[in-house]
Write a protein that binds this ligand. Structure first.
Ligand SMILES: [Zn+2]
Ligand SMILES: [Zn+2]
Length: 423
Protein backbone atom coordinates (compact mmCIF):
# COMPACT_ATOMS: atom_id res chain seq x y z
CA UNK A 1 0.00 0.00 0.00
CA UNK A 2 1.25 3.47 -0.84
CA UNK A 3 1.83 5.47 2.41
CA UNK A 4 -0.37 8.39 1.29
CA UNK A 5 -3.29 6.10 0.51
CA UNK A 6 -2.79 4.58 3.93
CA UNK A 7 -2.88 8.00 5.68
CA UNK A 8 -6.03 9.17 3.88
CA UNK A 9 -8.03 6.19 5.14
CA UNK A 10 -10.01 6.08 8.37
CA UNK A 11 -9.08 4.51 11.69
CA UNK A 12 -10.91 1.25 10.91
CA UNK A 13 -8.66 0.76 7.95
CA UNK A 14 -5.58 1.33 10.10
CA UNK A 15 -6.59 -1.65 12.26
CA UNK A 16 -7.28 -3.72 9.16
CA UNK A 17 -3.92 -2.78 7.69
CA UNK A 18 -2.17 -3.62 10.96
CA UNK A 19 -3.79 -7.06 11.04
CA UNK A 20 -2.87 -7.56 7.41
CA UNK A 21 0.79 -6.78 8.19
CA UNK A 22 0.76 -9.24 11.08
CA UNK A 23 -0.64 -12.02 8.90
CA UNK A 24 1.99 -11.42 6.24
CA UNK A 25 4.94 -11.43 8.62
CA UNK A 26 3.73 -14.58 10.37
CA UNK A 27 3.81 -16.50 7.09
CA UNK A 28 7.31 -15.84 5.74
CA UNK A 29 7.65 -17.25 2.26
CA UNK A 30 9.96 -20.22 1.91
CA UNK A 31 13.30 -19.52 0.24
CA UNK A 32 16.40 -21.46 -0.71
CA UNK A 33 19.23 -21.72 1.82
CA UNK A 34 22.66 -22.94 0.74
CA UNK A 35 24.68 -25.21 2.97
CA UNK A 36 27.35 -27.85 3.34
CA UNK A 37 26.92 -30.51 6.01
CA UNK A 38 30.15 -32.45 5.66
CA UNK A 39 33.56 -30.94 6.32
CA UNK A 40 36.52 -31.44 8.68
CA UNK A 41 38.64 -29.28 10.93
CA UNK A 42 41.64 -29.72 13.23
CA UNK A 43 39.22 -31.32 15.67
CA UNK A 44 39.91 -34.43 13.54
CA UNK A 45 41.85 -34.62 10.26
CA UNK A 46 41.15 -31.27 8.60
CA UNK A 47 44.07 -28.86 8.26
CA UNK A 48 42.53 -25.65 9.58
CA UNK A 49 40.92 -24.09 12.64
CA UNK A 50 37.11 -24.25 12.75
CA UNK A 51 36.71 -20.46 12.82
CA UNK A 52 38.78 -20.12 9.64
CA UNK A 53 36.65 -22.75 7.91
CA UNK A 54 33.40 -21.18 9.08
CA UNK A 55 34.66 -17.78 7.94
CA UNK A 56 35.31 -19.15 4.43
CA UNK A 57 31.82 -20.57 4.07
CA UNK A 58 30.15 -17.50 5.47
CA UNK A 59 32.09 -15.25 3.10
CA UNK A 60 31.29 -17.44 0.09
CA UNK A 61 27.52 -17.20 0.14
CA UNK A 62 26.64 -20.17 2.31
CA UNK A 63 23.76 -19.82 4.78
CA UNK A 64 24.54 -22.85 6.92
CA UNK A 65 27.42 -25.15 7.70
CA UNK A 66 28.02 -28.35 9.64
CA UNK A 67 31.62 -29.13 10.55
CA UNK A 68 31.50 -32.90 10.94
CA UNK A 69 34.65 -34.24 12.53
CA UNK A 70 35.37 -37.95 12.85
CA UNK A 71 33.79 -39.42 15.99
CA UNK A 72 34.00 -36.18 17.95
CA UNK A 73 32.01 -33.09 18.75
CA UNK A 74 33.81 -29.80 19.29
CA UNK A 75 33.11 -29.65 22.99
CA UNK A 76 36.18 -30.82 24.91
CA UNK A 77 39.52 -29.38 25.97
CA UNK A 78 41.77 -29.97 22.99
CA UNK A 79 45.12 -28.47 22.08
CA UNK A 80 46.86 -28.78 18.71
CA UNK A 81 50.62 -28.72 18.29
CA UNK A 82 51.17 -25.56 16.26
CA UNK A 83 54.02 -27.00 14.18
CA UNK A 84 53.03 -30.64 13.81
CA UNK A 85 49.24 -30.42 13.45
CA UNK A 86 47.87 -30.55 9.92
CA UNK A 87 48.19 -27.13 8.36
CA UNK A 88 51.20 -26.44 10.62
CA UNK A 89 52.68 -22.94 11.01
CA UNK A 90 50.92 -21.69 7.86
CA UNK A 91 47.50 -22.39 9.36
CA UNK A 92 48.45 -20.68 12.64
CA UNK A 93 49.83 -17.63 10.87
CA UNK A 94 46.61 -17.18 8.89
CA UNK A 95 44.51 -17.83 12.01
CA UNK A 96 46.42 -15.17 13.98
CA UNK A 97 46.17 -12.68 11.13
CA UNK A 98 42.42 -13.13 10.79
CA UNK A 99 41.35 -13.36 14.45
CA UNK A 100 44.22 -11.73 16.39
CA UNK A 101 46.34 -12.63 19.42
CA UNK A 102 43.55 -11.88 21.87
CA UNK A 103 41.30 -14.55 20.37
CA UNK A 104 43.90 -17.22 19.55
CA UNK A 105 44.89 -19.11 22.69
CA UNK A 106 48.49 -20.39 22.77
CA UNK A 107 50.70 -22.09 25.34
CA UNK A 108 54.10 -23.75 25.54
CA UNK A 109 53.66 -27.51 25.65
CA UNK A 110 56.24 -30.25 26.17
CA UNK A 111 56.68 -30.64 22.42
CA UNK A 112 56.47 -27.00 21.47
CA UNK A 113 53.83 -24.34 21.01
CA UNK A 114 50.21 -25.46 21.29
CA UNK A 115 46.96 -23.82 20.25
CA UNK A 116 43.65 -24.54 21.94
CA UNK A 117 40.85 -25.51 19.57
CA UNK A 118 37.80 -23.41 20.29
CA UNK A 119 34.62 -25.23 21.14
CA UNK A 120 31.61 -24.75 18.88
CA UNK A 121 29.78 -22.96 21.71
CA UNK A 122 32.70 -20.53 22.05
CA UNK A 123 33.01 -19.48 18.42
CA UNK A 124 29.51 -19.85 16.95
CA UNK A 125 28.47 -16.43 18.28
CA UNK A 126 31.11 -14.81 16.09
CA UNK A 127 29.36 -16.05 12.95
CA UNK A 128 25.75 -16.94 13.58
CA UNK A 129 23.04 -14.42 12.80
CA UNK A 130 19.30 -15.17 12.63
CA UNK A 131 18.21 -15.52 9.01
CA UNK A 132 21.78 -15.01 7.80
CA UNK A 133 24.06 -17.80 8.96
CA UNK A 134 23.65 -20.96 10.99
CA UNK A 135 26.08 -23.53 12.33
CA UNK A 136 24.66 -27.00 12.85
CA UNK A 137 26.37 -29.37 15.26
CA UNK A 138 27.45 -32.48 13.32
CA UNK A 139 29.58 -35.58 13.74
CA UNK A 140 30.94 -37.98 11.15
CA UNK A 141 30.21 -41.31 12.79
CA UNK A 142 33.18 -43.20 11.44
CA UNK A 143 32.76 -46.94 11.56
CA UNK A 144 33.78 -49.97 9.50
CA UNK A 145 33.05 -53.62 8.88
CA UNK A 146 36.27 -55.56 8.19
CA UNK A 147 37.86 -53.59 5.33
CA UNK A 148 34.72 -51.62 4.41
CA UNK A 149 34.64 -48.05 5.70
CA UNK A 150 31.13 -47.03 6.81
CA UNK A 151 30.81 -43.34 7.54
CA UNK A 152 27.62 -41.60 8.47
CA UNK A 153 27.09 -37.93 9.22
CA UNK A 154 24.65 -36.91 11.93
CA UNK A 155 23.15 -33.42 11.73
CA UNK A 156 21.96 -31.42 14.71
CA UNK A 157 23.36 -34.09 16.99
CA UNK A 158 23.19 -33.20 20.69
CA UNK A 159 25.58 -35.73 22.23
CA UNK A 160 28.48 -37.62 20.68
CA UNK A 161 27.62 -41.06 19.38
CA UNK A 162 30.35 -43.73 19.37
CA UNK A 163 30.59 -46.06 16.34
CA UNK A 164 28.18 -48.91 17.06
CA UNK A 165 29.81 -51.71 15.04
CA UNK A 166 28.00 -54.86 13.87
CA UNK A 167 28.44 -58.17 12.09
CA UNK A 168 27.91 -57.02 8.50
CA UNK A 169 28.00 -53.79 6.50
CA UNK A 170 24.21 -53.62 6.72
CA UNK A 171 24.20 -54.22 10.45
CA UNK A 172 26.84 -51.54 11.08
CA UNK A 173 24.76 -49.01 9.13
CA UNK A 174 21.54 -50.03 10.86
CA UNK A 175 23.07 -49.96 14.35
CA UNK A 176 24.40 -46.43 13.77
CA UNK A 177 21.09 -45.20 12.34
CA UNK A 178 19.27 -46.73 15.30
CA UNK A 179 21.60 -44.92 17.71
CA UNK A 180 20.79 -41.59 16.02
CA UNK A 181 17.05 -42.14 16.28
CA UNK A 182 17.37 -43.31 19.88
CA UNK A 183 19.01 -39.96 20.69
CA UNK A 184 16.41 -38.09 18.65
CA UNK A 185 13.57 -39.77 20.52
CA UNK A 186 15.20 -39.34 23.92
CA UNK A 187 16.04 -35.66 23.45
CA UNK A 188 13.05 -34.68 21.30
CA UNK A 189 15.47 -32.75 19.06
CA UNK A 190 15.17 -33.37 15.30
CA UNK A 191 18.37 -34.85 13.93
CA UNK A 192 19.14 -36.89 10.82
CA UNK A 193 21.84 -39.26 9.65
CA UNK A 194 23.13 -39.44 6.09
CA UNK A 195 25.27 -42.21 4.64
CA UNK A 196 28.51 -40.75 3.32
CA UNK A 197 30.40 -41.63 0.13
CA UNK A 198 29.19 -45.23 -0.44
CA UNK A 199 32.03 -45.82 -2.92
CA UNK A 200 34.83 -44.70 -0.59
CA UNK A 201 36.93 -47.85 -0.10
CA UNK A 202 34.07 -49.50 -2.06
CA UNK A 203 32.49 -49.79 1.37
CA UNK A 204 28.74 -49.98 0.73
CA UNK A 205 26.75 -51.62 -2.10
CA UNK A 206 23.36 -50.46 -3.39
CA UNK A 207 21.72 -53.66 -2.13
CA UNK A 208 23.04 -53.06 1.40
CA UNK A 209 22.10 -49.37 1.46
CA UNK A 210 18.59 -50.14 0.16
CA UNK A 211 17.84 -52.24 3.23
CA UNK A 212 18.70 -49.71 5.95
CA UNK A 213 15.52 -48.77 7.77
CA UNK A 214 14.97 -45.07 8.63
CA UNK A 215 18.00 -44.00 6.57
CA UNK A 216 16.60 -41.32 4.28
CA UNK A 217 19.74 -39.63 2.93
CA UNK A 218 23.00 -40.54 1.20
CA UNK A 219 25.72 -38.67 -0.69
CA UNK A 220 25.12 -38.75 -4.41
CA UNK A 221 27.95 -36.20 -4.65
CA UNK A 222 30.95 -35.85 -2.35
CA UNK A 223 33.78 -33.47 -3.32
CA UNK A 224 36.63 -35.59 -1.91
CA UNK A 225 38.93 -36.81 -4.71
CA UNK A 226 39.05 -40.48 -3.59
CA UNK A 227 35.37 -41.30 -3.13
CA UNK A 228 34.63 -42.55 -6.68
CA UNK A 229 31.32 -40.79 -7.32
CA UNK A 230 31.36 -42.12 -10.88
CA UNK A 231 32.37 -45.68 -9.96
CA UNK A 232 34.52 -47.63 -12.40
CA UNK A 233 34.26 -50.64 -14.72
CA UNK A 234 33.43 -52.92 -11.77
CA UNK A 235 31.60 -50.57 -9.41
CA UNK A 236 28.33 -48.69 -9.93
CA UNK A 237 28.34 -44.88 -9.80
CA UNK A 238 26.53 -43.13 -6.96
CA UNK A 239 23.79 -42.14 -9.44
CA UNK A 240 23.32 -45.81 -10.38
CA UNK A 241 23.36 -46.80 -6.70
CA UNK A 242 20.62 -44.23 -6.06
CA UNK A 243 18.36 -45.69 -8.77
CA UNK A 244 18.82 -49.24 -7.52
CA UNK A 245 18.19 -48.14 -3.93
CA UNK A 246 15.03 -46.20 -4.89
CA UNK A 247 13.69 -49.04 -7.02
CA UNK A 248 14.24 -51.70 -4.36
CA UNK A 249 12.93 -49.60 -1.48
CA UNK A 250 9.81 -48.43 -3.31
CA UNK A 251 9.17 -51.49 -5.48
CA UNK A 252 10.11 -54.37 -3.21
CA UNK A 253 11.05 -53.49 0.34
CA UNK A 254 8.24 -51.10 1.29
CA UNK A 255 10.71 -48.57 2.68
CA UNK A 256 10.69 -44.78 2.38
CA UNK A 257 12.57 -43.13 -0.52
CA UNK A 258 16.18 -42.05 -0.12
CA UNK A 259 17.28 -38.52 -0.94
CA UNK A 260 20.57 -37.35 -2.43
CA UNK A 261 23.03 -35.04 -0.67
CA UNK A 262 25.86 -32.93 -2.11
CA UNK A 263 28.81 -32.19 0.20
CA UNK A 264 32.44 -31.03 0.22
CA UNK A 265 34.00 -33.43 2.75
CA UNK A 266 36.82 -30.87 2.80
CA UNK A 267 40.04 -31.55 4.67
CA UNK A 268 42.48 -29.21 2.89
CA UNK A 269 42.06 -25.46 3.23
CA UNK A 270 45.46 -24.16 2.12
CA UNK A 271 46.22 -25.81 -1.21
CA UNK A 272 43.63 -26.18 -3.94
CA UNK A 273 44.10 -29.00 -6.45
CA UNK A 274 42.35 -32.01 -7.99
CA UNK A 275 44.04 -34.34 -5.49
CA UNK A 276 43.11 -32.30 -2.39
CA UNK A 277 39.69 -32.25 -0.73
CA UNK A 278 38.75 -28.59 -0.88
CA UNK A 279 35.83 -26.33 -0.08
CA UNK A 280 33.12 -25.25 -2.50
CA UNK A 281 32.67 -28.46 -4.46
CA UNK A 282 29.33 -29.92 -3.37
CA UNK A 283 26.40 -28.46 -1.45
CA UNK A 284 22.65 -28.51 -0.96
CA UNK A 285 19.99 -25.86 -1.30
CA UNK A 286 17.13 -26.40 1.15
CA UNK A 287 13.76 -24.62 0.80
CA UNK A 288 12.48 -23.49 4.19
CA UNK A 289 10.70 -20.53 5.77
CA UNK A 290 13.39 -20.01 8.42
CA UNK A 291 17.08 -20.73 8.82
CA UNK A 292 16.87 -23.07 11.82
CA UNK A 293 17.95 -26.70 12.25
CA UNK A 294 14.31 -27.68 12.83
CA UNK A 295 13.00 -26.05 9.64
CA UNK A 296 15.90 -27.24 7.49
CA UNK A 297 15.58 -30.83 8.70
CA UNK A 298 11.78 -30.80 8.26
CA UNK A 299 12.21 -29.59 4.66
CA UNK A 300 14.88 -32.19 3.95
CA UNK A 301 12.72 -34.97 5.32
CA UNK A 302 10.06 -34.22 2.70
CA UNK A 303 12.66 -33.87 -0.06
CA UNK A 304 12.36 -30.10 -0.41
CA UNK A 305 16.01 -29.62 -1.30
CA UNK A 306 18.46 -30.38 -4.08
CA UNK A 307 22.12 -31.30 -4.35
CA UNK A 308 24.56 -29.39 -6.53
CA UNK A 309 28.13 -29.50 -7.76
CA UNK A 310 27.78 -26.15 -9.52
CA UNK A 311 24.34 -25.78 -11.13
CA UNK A 312 21.87 -23.47 -9.35
CA UNK A 313 18.14 -23.97 -9.72
CA UNK A 314 15.73 -21.04 -9.51
CA UNK A 315 12.76 -23.28 -9.04
CA UNK A 316 11.90 -26.93 -8.46
CA UNK A 317 8.30 -28.14 -8.35
CA UNK A 318 7.62 -31.69 -7.27
CA UNK A 319 4.04 -32.94 -7.28
CA UNK A 320 2.24 -36.23 -7.86
CA UNK A 321 1.62 -35.25 -11.46
CA UNK A 322 4.81 -33.48 -12.53
CA UNK A 323 8.40 -32.55 -11.85
CA UNK A 324 9.50 -29.20 -13.24
CA UNK A 325 12.53 -27.01 -12.76
CA UNK A 326 14.12 -23.80 -13.90
CA UNK A 327 17.88 -23.28 -14.01
CA UNK A 328 19.66 -20.07 -13.01
CA UNK A 329 21.66 -20.02 -16.22
CA UNK A 330 25.22 -18.74 -16.49
CA UNK A 331 26.23 -16.90 -19.66
CA UNK A 332 27.71 -19.16 -22.32
CA UNK A 333 26.74 -22.36 -20.48
CA UNK A 334 24.21 -24.88 -21.81
CA UNK A 335 22.15 -27.36 -19.81
CA UNK A 336 20.62 -30.79 -20.31
CA UNK A 337 18.04 -32.20 -17.89
CA UNK A 338 17.44 -35.92 -17.73
CA UNK A 339 14.33 -37.23 -16.01
CA UNK A 340 15.28 -40.58 -14.57
CA UNK A 341 12.97 -43.18 -13.06
CA UNK A 342 11.77 -46.75 -12.86
CA UNK A 343 8.37 -47.85 -14.07
CA UNK A 344 6.16 -50.42 -12.38
CA UNK A 345 6.53 -53.87 -13.93
CA UNK A 346 10.29 -53.34 -14.26
CA UNK A 347 12.67 -56.24 -14.69
CA UNK A 348 14.35 -56.40 -11.27
CA UNK A 349 16.63 -59.35 -11.92
CA UNK A 350 20.31 -58.82 -11.22
CA UNK A 351 23.65 -60.47 -11.83
CA UNK A 352 26.62 -60.28 -9.51
CA UNK A 353 29.86 -58.96 -10.94
CA UNK A 354 32.39 -61.80 -11.26
CA UNK A 355 36.15 -62.17 -11.42
CA UNK A 356 37.78 -63.68 -14.51
CA UNK A 357 37.57 -67.04 -12.72
CA UNK A 358 33.82 -66.62 -12.27
CA UNK A 359 33.71 -65.85 -8.54
CA UNK A 360 31.08 -63.31 -7.52
CA UNK A 361 32.54 -60.20 -5.88
CA UNK A 362 30.94 -58.06 -3.20
CA UNK A 363 29.94 -55.06 -5.27
CA UNK A 364 26.64 -53.60 -6.47
CA UNK A 365 24.96 -56.02 -8.87
CA UNK A 366 24.19 -55.33 -12.52
CA UNK A 367 20.56 -54.70 -13.44
CA UNK A 368 18.48 -54.22 -16.55
CA UNK A 369 18.00 -50.86 -18.20
CA UNK A 370 14.49 -50.72 -16.69
CA UNK A 371 16.04 -49.48 -13.48
CA UNK A 372 16.90 -45.81 -13.46
CA UNK A 373 15.83 -45.34 -17.06
CA UNK A 374 16.15 -41.95 -18.76
CA UNK A 375 12.45 -41.22 -19.33
CA UNK A 376 12.97 -37.86 -21.03
CA UNK A 377 15.79 -35.49 -21.95
CA UNK A 378 15.26 -31.73 -22.17
CA UNK A 379 17.75 -29.11 -23.34
CA UNK A 380 17.57 -25.51 -22.11
CA UNK A 381 16.94 -23.69 -18.86
CA UNK A 382 13.39 -24.90 -18.21
CA UNK A 383 12.45 -28.55 -18.05
CA UNK A 384 9.39 -30.51 -17.02
CA UNK A 385 8.12 -34.08 -16.93
CA UNK A 386 4.47 -35.04 -16.63
CA UNK A 387 4.14 -38.36 -14.85
CA UNK A 388 2.36 -41.08 -16.81
CA UNK A 389 1.19 -42.78 -13.63
CA UNK A 390 3.21 -45.98 -13.80
CA UNK A 391 6.47 -44.55 -12.43
CA UNK A 392 7.71 -45.70 -9.02
CA UNK A 393 9.67 -42.45 -8.88
CA UNK A 394 11.10 -39.78 -11.15
CA UNK A 395 14.09 -37.57 -10.38
CA UNK A 396 15.88 -34.91 -12.43
CA UNK A 397 19.59 -34.68 -13.12
CA UNK A 398 20.81 -31.43 -14.68
CA UNK A 399 24.20 -31.48 -16.37
CA UNK A 400 25.82 -28.27 -17.59
CA UNK A 401 28.44 -27.79 -20.29
CA UNK A 402 30.77 -26.22 -17.69
CA UNK A 403 33.65 -28.49 -16.64
CA UNK A 404 33.94 -29.07 -12.90
CA UNK A 405 36.97 -27.21 -11.54
CA UNK A 406 39.71 -29.29 -9.89
CA UNK A 407 37.85 -32.53 -10.57
CA UNK A 408 39.65 -35.80 -10.02
CA UNK A 409 37.11 -37.61 -12.19
CA UNK A 410 37.57 -36.10 -15.63
CA UNK A 411 35.54 -35.55 -17.65
CA UNK A 412 33.18 -34.08 -15.10
CA UNK A 413 30.65 -31.30 -15.61
CA UNK A 414 28.75 -29.24 -13.06
CA UNK A 415 25.44 -30.83 -12.09
CA UNK A 416 22.33 -30.56 -9.92
CA UNK A 417 20.19 -33.40 -8.59
CA UNK A 418 16.57 -32.92 -7.53
CA UNK A 419 14.94 -35.30 -5.09
CA UNK A 420 12.59 -37.90 -6.58
CA UNK A 421 8.87 -37.50 -6.97
CA UNK A 422 7.41 -40.71 -5.58
CA UNK A 423 4.12 -42.17 -6.77
ZN1 LIG B 1 34.14 -40.19 5.51
ZN1 LIG C 1 34.37 -36.82 5.94
Amino acid sequence: MHPETFLRRGAGCVVAAFLFTLTVSAAEPARWWKGNLHTHSLWSDGDDYPEMITDWYRQHGYDFLGISDHNTLQNSNKWANAAKAKGGPVALEKYLKRFGKDWVEQRDGEKGKEVRLKRLEEYRGKFEEPGKFLLMQCEELTDRYKTSPIHMNVHNIQERIAPQGGDSVLEVMQNNVNAVFAQRERTGVPMIPHLNHPNFGWGVTAEELAQVKRERFFEVYNGHPTVHNSGDSVHASTDRIWDIVLTQRLGQLGLEPMFGMGTDDAHHYHKFSATNSNVGRGWIFVRATELTPEKLIAAMEVGDFYASSGVTLKEVKRSQSELTLEIAAEPGVTYVTEFIGTRKGYDGKSEPVRTAKGDAIRVTHRYSGDIGKVLATVKGTKAGYALKGDELYVRALVTSSKPKKDSNEQPEFERAWTQPVVK
